[in-house]
Design a protein around this ligand. Structure first.
Ligand code: AMP
Ligand code: TRP
Length: 348
């Protein structure tokens, strides 16, 4: 499902549909700095739809253990808090939405075990992310293969209707539906089937240094020109975008532009919220230098208030800890209810 098809909020006076808002859940792995791709493909979608749904946003730190050789405990702890702070800085209202750290709610790995038992090996082996990551790993832990069962637990514990994610995650939402259906068939009706919620444009932001690959946290760690991190300073942002790979030419129409230019246009489209026709008119015949300068300004302007809020959040003593403890409590209350239902159905 794309954003334009999403369920619209109830209009007018309080109605029964307003009191029965649908549920959204999404998560991010705290494996490094969040980048513009995470913002455009995921966080900004959460924020735009926030008031329409009951929301839960999870820092998926248990998912970050699936490649244990890459784990540094102090870094993981730091990154988990940084990601949670960035959720809020990006515009998630912690009163309205539940923000929590996955490992603070033990029902997640508990349900993941049960769902893993219901998941045929062949389904897991077909996952693109598993195939890519296992090809790069020296030893493959079973957690890497079971990753989708834990993600399914994240989603199904809250009986989420929608999961707003970038395009790379849609396969994990599809397997979540399959797992839910199999559980329901084996043990009895328990889980509704969730649907992905992706942007029609901007669901797959490409690397600035190589528009043939998806912008990713792991590549960004070794290639400074690959991504813009949400906490980068204006000079760095400008440098990365001005050096973005584009072939020679001056085509700036969305349907005809080469991949590097298309990526810049799509970023401009999402961040400016301007219609395509206006953007094409603005950039027609101006050259790629102008497009890059304008995009860099827009990215800097977009990230400035996020960075300011991030600084406030992380310098106010105790604020984030309080908030995460509260989030864990609110999430646990829902998760424990579902887990009790599941335990009853499976007989444990
Ligand atoms: P991850 O960084 O893999 O934990 O991803 C967190 C969220 O950001 C998920 O919803 C991803 O689908 C989304 N995401 C990650 N990279 C991109 C990208 N390059 N373009 C769009 N969305 C992305
Ligand atoms: N697997 C997702 C990613 O790599 C992160 C994630 C964990 C997630 N649990 C989730 C996304 C639940 C959506 C719903 O991007």
């Amino acid at each position: 499902m794309t954003l334009s098809d999403a369920v619209l909020p109830a209009k007018g006076p309080a109605s029964s549909t307003e009191t029965r808002k649908k549920t959204v859940l999404s998560g991010v792995q705290p494996t490094g700095s969040l980048h513009l791709g995470n913002y455009v493909g995921a966080l900004s979608v959460w924020v735009e739809n926030q008031s329409q749904y009951n929301n839960l946003f999870c820092v998926a730190n248990l998912h970050a253990l699936t490649i244990p050789e890459a784990v540094n405990a102090a870094e993981l702890r730091h990154n988990s808090r940084q990601v949670a702070a960035l959720f809020i800085a990006a515009g998630i209202d912690p009163e309205e939405s539940i923000i929590f750290i996955q490992s603070d709610v033990p029902a997640h790995p508990y349900l993941a075990w049960i769902l893993g038992c219901c998941t045929p090996l062949g389904w897991l082996e077909r996952m693109t992310q598993y195939k890519t990551k296992s090809a790069q790993a020296e030893t493959i832990g079973s957690g890497l293969l079971n990753y989708p069962a834990l993600q399914a637990a994240d989603i199904l514990l809250y009986k989420a209707d929608f999961v707003p994610v970038g395009e790379d995650q849609t396969q994990h939402i599809e397997i979540t539906r399959d797992i839910a259906q199999r559980f329901n068939h084996l043990f009895g009706e328990c889980f509704p089937l969730p649907a992905p919620l992706t942007r029609a444009s901007g669901a797959r932001v490409m690397g600035f240094d190589d528009p043939t690959v998806k912008m990713s946290k792991s590549i960004a760690e070794t290639r400074p020109g690959h991504a813009v991190s949400l906490l980068d300073d204006p000079d760095t942002i400008r440098k990365v975008i001005m050096r973005a790979v584009t072939d020679p030419g001056n085509e700036t129409r969305f349907d005809y532009a080469q991949p590097g230019v298309k990526n810049l246009l799509v970023l401009y489209e999402v961040l400016s919220k301007e219609p395509r026709a206006a953007i094409e008119e603005k950039f027609a015949g101006k050259g790629y230098g102008f497009l890059k300068r304008e995009l860099a300004d827009l990215v800097i302007e977009t990230l400035k208030p996020i960075q300011e809020r991030y600084r406030q959040i992380t310098t106010e003593p105790g604020y984030l800890d309080r908030l995460l403890a509260e989030g864990a409590g609110r999430a646990s209350a829902i998760a424990e209810r579902t887990l009790a239902e599941v335990r009853q159905l499976v007989g444990v």
